[in-house]
Design a protein around this ligand. Sequence first.
Ligand SMILES: *Cc1c(COP(=O)(O)O)cnc(C)c1O
Length: 473
Amino acid sequence: MDINEFRKRGHELVDWMADYFENIEQYPVKSGVAPKDIIRQLPESPPEKGESFNVIFNDFQEIIIPGMTHWQHPSYFAYFNANNSYPSVLAEMLTATMGAQCMIWQTSPAAAELEERVMQWTAELIGLPKEWDGVIQETASAATLVSLLSAREKYSDYEVNRGGFYNRQKFTVYCSTETHSSIEKAVKIIGLGKENLRKIEVGDEFAMIPERLEEAVIRDREQGFIPLAVVATFGTTGSTAIDPLEPIADICREYNIWLHVDAAYAGTALVLPEKRHLIKGIEKVDTFVFNPHKWMFTNFDCSAYFVKDKEPLIRSLEILPEYLKTKEGSRVNNYRDWGIQLGRRFRALKLWFVIRTFGASGIREKVRNHIQWAQELVQEIEASEDFELLAPVPFATICFRYKPKGVSDRDELNRLNQQLMETLNDSGKMYLTHTKLKGIYTLRLVIGQTNQEKRHVDQAWKRIKATAANLSG
Ligand SMILES: *Cc1c(COP(=O)(O)O)cnc(C)c1O
């Protein structure tokens, strides 16, 4: 491919991209292919001779597209969204074109300084303390990992990094039973051992019970453990429950425990001043993560990680081989020392494009709409005789199930709801997923796709009701 063809194909692809967005509702939301359908169509060995762009792009359309689930479809209600938006996609094109490795300031000063500024903007957007530092991590999982690592190092006087984890007193970590799997993964990866992760009981609304946390901490101290860290979740993955921050933070203060907040999904809701009361006590937290790549219209990956004190983070992770020493030294941020990997993509650019294009008010308007539509649907579900709500809805994720009159057997209801979900998803018209709450098969509908409108939510609810009526009828 030469530069002339690059230019020509580039224009064609931008047209394809715009057509894709314009016609996205004509695609089935969830791909309907069977296992191995795709790989069977791919040659076992790479081509010896280069192929033409036409042939490659044709295969993209014929083989790849049918095997894609369309996450930007406005009838996508599954998992949590992984949104993009027009300005975000355009910025990603520029990032890909420059192909810069933004590991240290010198390898692209603008990338480092834009990231610093855009993280300040983001902190301000969601009401975090002004003095905190922010850095973009690849995922919330990675942010939680470096948070717990920072805690391990700070609380061991940086001894584990030096001498390894031998003959030390055991550290314990606390989270709720509803916490995301990335916490256990992090505990395993950094050598704390999953036996030393305490999953604290939740109350009726799936939030951590602070009294249970304190009891566990006291018990562990009596038995010679060192309580190291608590991970509080702001918006759990199952039901978007909110662990009560202030009482948890007070326990952490009292017993000198590190506190990390995982707000991967719901952090975006904090753009709304009316939601800020939910993080009362935030100034007592050590670290906080949320994902603009979920609900803030920015392409994956873009996870915003904030720290009250950057020293434990940098001291835990910094490396300085000869070839990375530069004369700017500590006057600049070298983000390779703020995360796991050395090489870094220029991710701040898309967030900058997104925030500037929508403006703070544009972001707030979208998020406020999503929450409003969710609350309206909640009212419909509550008013319906054949459906019931299974958890509070503080944001825009609704946990509910079909419960037709006359059916009360739990297994029968679980089976019916699974069948309802699979029928809806197989239709290609909408996509939602499930969770289990207290052993109940729970349908989980997430409102929040970038270009979603009220009508998509209305259609989904109509479709759910009609499909359910057909199941039993
Ligand atoms: C989605 C989610 C995660 C994982 O996010 P990644 O960025 O994919 O690692 C972690 N915690 C919670 C509460 C989540 O909802």
